[in-house]
Design a protein around this ligand. Structure first.
Ligand SMILES: [Zn+2]
Length: 477
């Protein structure tokens, strides 16, 4: 991910540039269950029930009762999901409704059970999971319990599950929110009318708001997506389209199965888009997608993207891992950009250069942002930190690498002098009592977003730069 660069912030107030303005809320975060287990769930949602009893007035709430081994509650309050079951392959079918701003989906996940257990524990949040639809190897769970604070879904079966691989399937529904995380809607103008675009932003822990999953970077799996979208819409995902069929007003788009990847890098974009295209010397197709009428503004980023893929292939000694790369300008976007595997999303000002109205300095921030996200395709996506504790290595490296790339493309910019200037933000933050080491223990998913800061990015990049200087450029590479 790329934080919002200062230059981008300045540019974003210029006429014609888009900010991250979000419309009115669509409603609160929801998680509900349909079907037969409503009674079980009521214990966790009903304020009058024993487990979540309201505290008497004037007294602090009683601590939750200690978890009992063998019950779903034993999985509460854990920093990580249990390791006795792991996903191998997700087959996801998702149908966004861009008018109602909702989506429905089915997940069929090949899960490997490696130790005796009668439970499956995975992440889900803001989703309505149809508990009656849940099956694992044709077994229906006896208990389906969602723990809101932990954002986990616990499926309890009547007896121990067979070891080895089986398919877990379920149906779910959700809302295309306007919080710019999970699966959300962005708005744009098309022929004078306001339209909705469906966009994902999953880093760090928001894939669970789009589909139930093992939402930790170490649980890598293959993803095979199918999207059902209105005919006429462009539907993009990490991988190229395998085939598509049309039935009435709906187009079903099936994508090629991905290599092993983490959930936070899965991505979907559905909207009315146009693109420009180029090819790397190695033959990888690179596209820049924009709102209709803006694709010309993607030329500079496309050029930097193609050069970056070529440079990184040589630097890392490994080809770009995927068959295509798309870079998409999203009208409403919280960060600067996001390195989704093969489908990188950007705030418009971080990708598009308008010869007439963009400031010349924005070329530098576009080049840095593109080079940063594409460095992640290797460093972060192909090779991934096991847990968010090592975020600094992911972000520090991409930050350092983007400067190395941009310096080689545009030596006249003397970008390393700006790097030193940028890293003063890290020094300033580091001078505060609230500073933290570059490597941070993360005990709960809710803590992750706090460390996307100047310490992880700028101090992290500085440490890597020092290491490279100490070892020498060749040995470091
Ligand atoms: Zn990044």
């Amino acid at each position: 991910m790329q934080r919002l660069l200062v230059a981008l912030l300045l540019v974003s107030v210029l006429p014609g540039a888009s900010g991250g303005d979000a419309g009115p809320p669509l409603g609160g975060r929801k998680m509900g269950f349909a079907g037969e287990t409503a009674g079980v769930l009521a214990r966790y949602f009903n304020k009058d029930a024993n487990v979540e009893a309201a505290a008497p007035p004037g007294r602090a709430p009683a601590p939750p009762p200690p978890p009992v081994a063998g019950t779903p509650a034993q999985f509460r309050g854990q920093p990580l999901l249990p390791r006795f079951a792991a996903p191998r392959r997700y087959d996801l079918r998702i149908r966004p409704d861009l008018v109602a701003c909702t989506f429905s989906g089915t997940a069929s996940v090949a899960v490997a059970v490696s130790a005796p257990t009668r439970f499956l524990v995975l992440n889900a949040a803001d989703l309505s999971v149809d508990s009656a639809s849940i099956r694992f190897r044709d077994l229906a769970p006896k208990e389906v319990v969602f723990f809101d604070d932990d954002e986990i879904l616990v499926l309890g079966f009547s007896k121990d599950l067979p070891l080895g691989e089986g398919v877990l399937s379920m149906k779910f529904n959700g809302t295309l929110n306007d919080q710019m995380r999970g699966f959300y809607r962005s708005k744009y103008q098309y022929k004078g009318k306001m339209k909705n675009m469906a966009v994902t932003q999953f880093e760090s822990v928001d894939a669970r708001r789009c589909f139930p999953c093992w939402d930790e970077p170490a649980f890598k799996a293959k993803f095979k997506l199918t999207l059902e979208v209105p005919v006429g819409m462009v539907a993009l995902s990490n991988m190229p389209i395998a085939n598509q069929t049309v039935a009435g007003p709906i187009k079903t788009v099936r994508y090629v199965e991905s290599p092993l990847m983490s959930t936070y890098l899965v991505a979907i974009v559905v909207g009315l888009l146009e693109y420009i295209e180029g090819v790397t010397p190695e033959g990888t197709k690179v596209r820049v997608y924009t709102q209709v009428g803006k694709s010309d503004q993607g030329k500079f980023a496309l050029d930097v993207g193609i050069k970056s893929l070529h440079l990184y292939k040589d630097y890392f000694g490994t080809p770009y891992p995927l068959p295509k790369l798309d870079m998409v300008a999203i009208p409403d976007f919280a960060a600067g950009a996001m390195e989704n595997y093969g489908l990188v999303t950007f705030r418009e000002v971080a990708l598009l250069f308008d010869e007439e109205s963009s400031a010349e300095s924005s070329k530098q921030s576009i080049a840095i942002t593109v080079a940063h996200e594409l460095a992640h395709q290797w460093f972060g996506n192909l090779v991934t930190m096991e847990w968010w504790t090592h975020l600094w290595l992911n972000e520090g490296f991409a930050t350092w690498m983007s400067n190395l790339a941009v310096d080689s493309f545009f030596p006249q910019w003397n970008i390393w002098t700006q790097f030193l200037d940028d890293t003063t933000a890290g020094l300033k933050l580091d001078s505060l009592a609230e500073s933290h080491p570059i490597e941070v223990e993360i005990h709960h998913a809710s803590e992750v977003d706090e460390i996307f800061d100047a310490i992880s990015y700028d101090k992290g990049a500085s440490v890597i730069r020092m290491l490279q200087n100490y070892l020498g450029a060749e040995r470091f590479q």
